[in-house]
Design a protein around this ligand. Sequence first.
Ligand SMILES: C[S@@+](CC[C@H](N)C(=O)[O-])C[C@H]1O[C@@H](n2cnc3c(N)ncnc32)[C@H](O)[C@@H]1O
Length: 250
Amino acid sequence: MPDARSIPLGRIYDDLAFLMPLITPPAEYAEEAAHWRTLLREKLGSGRHAILELGVGGGHNLSHFAAEFDATAVDLSGAMLAHCRRLNPGVKLVQGDMRTVRLGETFAAVLIHDAISYMLNEADLAAAFATAAAHLRPGGVFITSPDRYRETFQSPSIDHATHGAGDREVTYFEYTHDPEPADTIVESIITCLIRSPGELRIEHDRHLTGLFPRATWLRLLQAAGFTVETRIFALPDWPHPYELLVGTLA
Ligand SMILES: C[S@@+](CC[C@H](N)C(=O)[O-])C[C@H]1O[C@@H](n2cnc3c(N)ncnc32)[C@H](O)[C@@H]1O
């Protein structure tokens, strides 16, 4: 294992992006996505509304309801957008940064799923919320899902899984720790063991993501103009209650 700091950042969204359908199979999002869909229907009513997802990745969560909406999606990574295109052929895709992108149109809803974790400091988080607000019609709804809060995060936290498809099987281990509790960043080291006939390939990846108190999320959402409500669910295999933050633009 190399020194953690020598591992390049974000390989699973770049040269290892081909692993994403195996690391997090779209089918595993069914129950989580059902909560997003129910909330969208509750807020928007029936009909084919225009929705925007920022940081869509492979569109695994979105794939469970994209066909019911006129969906547009943004991501930084061209490799992830290519995955998203295969899984969600009807979705309009744009390469861009959720902190700065401006599409020049507005939507009934803006979603930021787990990609919001990549906001590393309050300025990033505020910029992403400003992007959401800039793309909403009056009365529009913004939904996001913090992966973790400062109050409840246990360092280290460990996740692992094995999934296979065809003659390839991937086992991944993710170790997330807080190297500097005084800042708002946690580090994840990911190891992927990729088995195919006659070969076991091992790859490492490293990600930096944000860690904020819950009150910071609520304060920054309000500062961006949102009235905030929260929805909490229990999800199987989820280590803590799953919370959606729901902002409505006045
Ligand atoms: C965990 S993946 C998202 C997976 C997605 N929720 C799904 O259901 O498939 C995180 C994504 O966030 C994207 N991302 C990270 N920082 C970003 C930014 N500043 N703007 C846009 N996308 C970003 C990455 O490129 C990656 O595709």
